[in-house]
Design a protein around this ligand. Sequence first.
Ligand code: SF4
Length: 236
Amino acid sequence: MDNVELVVTRYDPEIDDFHRSQTFSVRAVPGMTVLDALVQVRDEQDGSLRFRESEPGGWSGSCAVTVNDVPCLASRTLLARVILNNSAVIGPLKNFPVICDLVVDNPIYLAKIEALEPWVDNAKEQPASMTREEYFRLRRTDGCALCGICDANSDEYLTDPMFIGAASLLWTYRLTSDSRDSFDRERMEAVLGSGGLWAFSGDTSSEDLCPYAIDPVNQIMRLRNAASQNGYVPTE
Ligand code: SF4
């Protein structure tokens, strides 16, 4: 690859009234990721460019951005795969407030997860260990790094800005499906209100985009099925 263009969304709340685009020419090399390209821009052209990094492999899930309108982890996305007509358009995750440039407001997102008390609470002498069948069913969900990609890909926010979020529902499924947890009913009821489980349409293609192959849409639909089987119905 030769030089390629990165069209990057810029936004500094102290200067800009609106988001703007800035184009950078990047020296592309084989094996380069989108994150490598952003680092090159920051280190060699514009030290004011802000984005979140992650370790090689992106296991922390902290480097999610939008490339050509598709959310992905910058550290796991090869630049060569996203170059169209010698350029790629890079922006912040959709459905998140932008702090600056490519940095979105994760604390609000993480606070929603934290409010779920996302740990197994064995307060009522439930079984001390999960069954083998449970383990194999749920171990996939344990890989969620809270990268935000499934929420960035959720059209539910367009119709309901108060949507609880795909990751929150995934974690609710994880916990309510664990026989060691004592609060499955309380956890389920906590996501049944406005903007909750019934607001999730499952129409997004998040299952294809989750970098950890968790298939959040399918897991959340299991939560919906469990809610229906337990007699919960959508309210107006
Ligand atoms: S389910 Fe996948 S896409 Fe969604 S937050 Fe977790 S790791 Fe990211």
